[in-house]
Design a protein around this ligand. Structure first.
Ligand code: PLP
Length: 405
């Protein structure tokens, strides 16, 4: 899956350009930096690659989400509808702007169920935030139409789906804003970093200031910059941007390897009629970072996971249902509203109410799901071996289940 697997001379060259000047900060120092502006270059490359008008780099995907929400005017008391299956960062960002994460069920796309979204809309709903999990997309047509019917903001958390698209548009560029993460395990990495993409100049200008203490960036003297609003330091460094610049140039290569390896593995697993696959609303747009597959029951899935573990081949196969970080079932800290700095009483009550709902529909999907991460380094032989071992493990479990019945 991740770009770090193909790290090399290109990344070292870009980082060296920055080390030569010694200017590690993205703003200012116009003379000594000798024309080296890696963050700006990366933002331009992002706009070109993903076909959006504006891109604002940030220190992480989490800070990109927080920035996007602030720039979109999402704040105290606003409800943000988001899926029960995501990484904790999605709700952390909602909480950080004083808003309320309204968690709703996922469907067999492993992303927001449009029906569940419709049922969760209240007078306080401000935003719908699909999370394009594991390299693939939410049902965007349905979500766009819900947003326009109810005048809601669409914010895409595309942190896990760099390079995926939906009906010809890149994920992250379809809503009012969208974000990527460039942390170490993403399709392209900066080591740490993120970006907000938007086609709205006003949203972009706000992101630009918000990530740098509110600086308006209108002049060349930072001390003389105005501060039209309060911001924070969510800046990326030039060293991190340099890594990303090398990586973005390799994105097409990463995606074509992922797609080839994904297709080969899917082909092998398809031998087993009891295995079904995640529904992809636009299959040609799948970035193929993961192959997500379902077994008929939770019991069988757990037995297959145990068998993979026994055989020493579990690595790279994720059973999110038991994972502490990606699924509502294990988010005890959210369910208890366990923040270090107290939430307001109203926000805490709302969070507890939202996080303790019934997620049996999501459970029925996630308890049967395994996601296999796709490596860029696999050889054809390794894919064959890996696939056949998974198939053998699944068949063994299915056989044992049918004998015991
Ligand atoms: C869906 C999702 N959103 C947000 C993030 C946050 O990104 P970062 O780790 O760069 O803060 C991640 C990171 O894994 C993610 O998977």
């Amino acid at each position: 899956m991740p770009g770090f697997e193909l790290w090399g001379a290109e990344e070292r060259k870009e980082v060296n350009d920055v080390l030569e000047t010694g200017i590690l900060m993205r703003y200012g120092f116009d003379g000594p930096r000798k024309g080296v502006w890696k963050s700006k270059e990366l933002e331009e490359a992002i706009c070109k690659t993903f076909k959006c008008k504006y891109a604002q780099l940030t220190s992480s995907g989490t800070s990109a989400l927080t920035t996007a929400m602030a720039a979109l005017g999402i704040g105290a008391g606003d409800e943000v509808i988001m899926p029960s299956f995501t990484f904790v960062a999605s709700f952390e960002a909602v909480l950080s702007v004083g808003a309320i994460p309204v968690l709703v069920d996922v469907d067999d796309t492993l992303t927001l169920s449009p029906d569940a979204v419709k049922k969760a809309i209240t007078t306080r709903t401000k935003c719908i935030m699909p999370v394009h999990m594991c390299g693939s997309m939410a049902d965007m047509d349905a979500l766009i139409s819900i947003c326009s019917e109810h005048h809601l903001i669409l914010l895409e958390d595309a942190c896990q789906s760099i390079g995926a698209s939906y009906n010809g548009k890149m994920l992250g560029t379809i809503g009012a804003a969208g974000t990527f993460s460039f942390d170490f395990v993403k399709t392209i990495t900066c080591a740490e970093g993120g970006v907000v993409m938007t086609n709205d100049e006003d949203v972009y200008t706000k992101c630009d200031g918000y990530t740098d203490h509110g600086h308006d960036h209108k002049g060349t003297d930072r001390g003389a910059d105005l501060h039209p609003f309060i911001g924070y330091n969510f800046r990326i460094s030039e060293l991190h941007a340099a890594v990303g610049l090398a990586q973005i140039k390799k994105l097409d290569k990463f995606l074509s390897i992922q797609k080839k390896n994904h297709a080969a593995l899917k082909n092998i697993l398809s031998q087993v009629t009891e295995i079904s696959f995640r529904r992809i609303p636009d299959p040609t747009g799948d970035s193929c970072t993961f192959l997500s597959w379902f077994l008929p029951t939770e019991e069988i899935t757990r037995a297959v996971i145990a068998e993979l573990k026994t055989q020493g081949i579990l690595a790279g196969n994720f059973y999110w249902f038991d994972n502490n970080w990606h699924y509502i079932r294990k988010w005890e800290h959210l369910k208890q509203g366990a923040t270090l700095n107290g939430l307001s009483e109203a926000q805490k009550m709302a969070v507890l109410q939202q996080a303790n709902k019934d997620f049996s529909v999501s459970d029925a999907i996630m308890s049967r799901c395994v996601s296999t991460s796709i490596s860029l380094l696999w050889t054809d032989e390794q894919i064959h071996e890996k696939g056949e071992k998974i198939v053998a493990a699944v068949k063994k479990v299915l056989n044992e289940v049918s004998v015991s019945q």
